[in-house]
Design a protein around this ligand. Structure first.
Ligand code: ATP
Length: 354
């Protein structure tokens, strides 16, 4: 069978729904996952991402809808016959087997020739950087090393699709950052299509070529990290991805009118005058100490090293406005300041419905 080229559709999910009792875990989900891409399913707890992953792996069947891989019906194929591998959150390594034996396990079950098994295990050990640790048992490894063994075991069978369920959640922050880089490198090197499930938006943004944001069983947006951040398509995505200042009002020909605050700068929307809308402006676009703008009082200053986050309470707004500035800042708690932002840096979103 010829392999499709990178960028061509590998998996097509069409109108997939799955219900558990009263819970609609997935509602009419449609997604296309491309050959060779690193794809993330991102959303809050309970949004349905694991259910979708389990459907791809074959541990769950949808109530309706279709899933194809290379154009062929995937749902009709038994889990163990699918060219799909799932790497569990817990890694699920065999404690009594060495690293090499853990990795070889799947190939031995397929009764592959000994030489081939040895070669493939050696090759994959080198890929994940564990050549020297082949004889160790899982308990003699660090968390990051166990993660690599689990990855090695998942890729040694050369699946078309590798599914990873919260792959880095068990690791501490520093190892996690290292493993993010490692996962990306590895995915690039082996060329297998990866689908990762995560509730951590920073992780999704740093790993994935494209991200599907899910909420309450529905796909809200599918995009690459930069457009997802810069052009969220709805209020949920604007609030879920990164920090955002969200202010609701009514559109006028001059901006967004917010009761007790004023008319705030936003892009012109002549055809929506009179409609309820929410402006979303990122903290790094908000300017402190402006000449005009809104008057407020500094309520919090948090120094992160490279940047500082300042929260400014503005009378009439229900949440403090967040401004991120480079490096340290001279403003202090209790200072009076003014904030503004360029109207062109605002994303205007419909609603919320009242
Ligand atoms: P988390 O990040 O917490 O794992 P998730 O986004 O992966 O969440 P799912 O595990 O897909 O969410 O669950 C989606 C919804 O379906 C949840 O409300 C969950 O309680 C429900 N659900 C999932 N599996 C079952 C099941 N076997 N029986 C009943 N309800 C289920």
């Amino acid at each position: 069978m010829s392999q499709p080229r990178t960028g061509e559709p590998l998996v097509s999910i069409r109108s997939v729904s799955r219900r558990f009792g009263d819970v609609e875990a997935l509602q009419q989900v449609s997604l296309e996952i491309r050959q060779g891409e690193f794809f993330a399913l991102l959303g809050p707890s309970g949004c349905g991402k694991t259910t979708l992953l389990r459907i791809l792996a074959g541990f769950e069947q949808p109530d309706s809808g279709s899933v194809t891989l290379d154009g062929a019906d995937l749902l009709a194929v038994a889990p163990h016959r699918r060219p799909v591998n799932l790497m569990f959150q817990s890694y699920a390594l065999f404690p009594h087997l060495s690293v090499a034996k853990n990795i070889a396990y799947g190939l031995e079950r397929e009764r592959r020739p000994r030489n081939e098994i040895r070669e493939r295990v050696d090759e994959v050990l080198a890929t994940v950087g564990l050549t020297g640790l082949a004889r160790r048992r899982p308990h003699q490894l660090s968390g990051g090393q166990r993660q690599r063994v689990a990855l090695a075991r998942a890729i040694v069978k050369r699946p078309r699709l590798l599914l990873l369920d919260e792959p880095l959640s068990a690791l501490d922050k520093k190892v996690r950052a290292e493993m993010q880089l490692e996962l990306k490198r590895l995915q690039h090197e082996v060329g297998i299509t990866f689908v990762v499930v995560t509730h951590d938006q920073e992780e999704a943004m740093s790993l994935a070529d494209r991200i599907a944001v899910l909420n309450e069983g529905r796909v809200r947006q599918v995009d690459a990290p930069v457009p997802l951040y810069e052009r969220p398509g709805d209020l949920f995505v604007a609030d879920f991805i990164g920090a955002n200042n969200l202010i609701t009002g009514v559109l006028t020909s001059d901006g967004l009118r917010v009761p007790d605050v004023g008319v705030l700068p936003c892009p012109a929307a002549p055809d929506r005058v009179g409609a309820t809308a929410t402006l979303a402006v990122r903290p790094e676009r908000v300017r402190l100490g402006a000449d005009g703008g809104l008057a407020g009082v500094v309520r919090d200053v948090t120094f992160f090293g490279g940047t500082t986050r300042v929260a400014v309470e503005v009378p009439g707004l229900d949440r403090p406005l967040l401004a991120t500035v480079a490096g340290a800042t001279a403003v202090a708690l209790g200072d009076e300041t003014r904030v503004d932002w360029p109207g062109a840096d605002v994303v205007l979103l419909d609603g919320p419905d009242r």
